[in-house]
Design a protein around this ligand. Structure first.
Ligand SMILES: NC(=O)c1ccc[n+]([C@@H]2O[C@H](COP(=O)([O-])OP(=O)(O)OC[C@H]3O[C@@H](n4cnc5c(N)ncnc54)[C@H](OP(=O)(O)O)[C@@H]3O)[C@@H](O)[C@H]2O)c1
Length: 251
């Protein structure tokens, strides 16, 4: 593999944390495989990073089998990757019993199934390379089971457990696995239609973090820490918010 180019795959690269991972990994990589549904955003990112890094856009809906297959194929064709960042994600807000079940299945497919498929595809190639880095973007919500985001928190807790166990399994191959658990971060995450029930003003201004700082903390901790919590101060606020929702439900 002497002609190997240092390569990263980042899912959810069209916005927020994913776009920031691409910008910061451009300093470490020669090729970035950027995955998301919005191709025009990926093209914009490729123009921004032109001259710094080669960007291969993969337009894929990772809640679908076809979309995951397209990303897996890109891993095989344009990899092996040195960095795999499973970042694409979304949440709904509100009680589970009020949600359209397909939206909850989509969340599980995106956070869990797509992450499993991409890890499973990437690891043998990474091992052959002699090592690599996997970042699974979870959330501080992984530690806070409570009303309002039941499937979101549960799927992120899965990522924490899975990442920790996977690290134990692949350590001998030189692969590092990180589960990143951010607190409230300014991205498009809270502006999606699915999260329209979430009132951003309930989170004090000083708790909001910028995406570039969160990604810097993740990459700095890559070699040393497995479960990285960025924005620890968000934890009591999340807990209070969830408690208020539970109280409102009169449980
Ligand atoms: N922001 C926060 O406060 C916060 C806190 C904790 C954890 N997180 C986690 O951080 C990760 C990134 O979120 P963000 O804050 O950067 O939100 P964001 O700005 O809304 O970005 C989400 C990214 O995921 C992609 N995505 C969503 N659904 C997808 C699908 N079906 N197929 C492929 N890509 C999809 C979006 O791209 P397209 O729409 O173009 O497909 C977008 O690039 C998520 O896993 C989220 O759970 C965020």
């Amino acid at each position: 593999m002497s002609d190997h180019k240092i390569t990263a795959m980042v899912t959810g690269a069209s916005a927020g944390l994913g776009a920031q991972y691409c910008r910061q990994l451009a300093e470490r990589c020669e090729v970035i495989i950027a995955v998301a549904r919005r191709g025009e955003r990926l093209a914009e990112l490729a123009r921004e990073l032109h001259g710094q890094v080669e960007v291969h856009a993969v337009v894929a809906d990772l809640t679908t089998i076809e979309g995951v297959a397209r990303a897996m194929e890109a891993l095989r064709q344009q990899g092996p990757v040195d960095y795999l960042v499973n970042n694409a994600g979304f949440s709904t807000a509100g009680e589970f019993a009020d949600q359209v079940i397909d939206s909850q299945y989509d969340m599980v497919s995106l956070h869990i199934n797509a992450t499993l498929a991409l890890c499973r595809t990437a690891i043998p190639f990474m091992a052959e390379l002699g090592g690599g880095y996997i970042i699974n973007v979870a959330s501080i919500a992984a530690f806070l089971p409570g009303g309002g985001m039941a499937v979101y928190g549960a799927s992120k807790a899965f990522l924490n457990h899975f990442s920790t166990a996977l690290q134990a399994e692949v350590a001998a191959s030189g692969i590092k696995v990180q589960s990143l658990c951010p607190g409230h971060t300014r991205t498009e995450f809270h502006d999606t239609a699915a999260l329209s029930g979430f009132d951003k003003s309930t989170v004090p201004n000083e708790l909001w973090m910028e995406a570039d700082a969160v990604v810097t903390a993740s990459l700095q901790a890559l070699a040393t820490e497995q479960v990285v919590v960025v924005g620890e101060r968000s934890r009591p606020v999340c807990r209070k918010g969830l408690q208020q929702q539970l109280d409102a439900m009169e449980l």
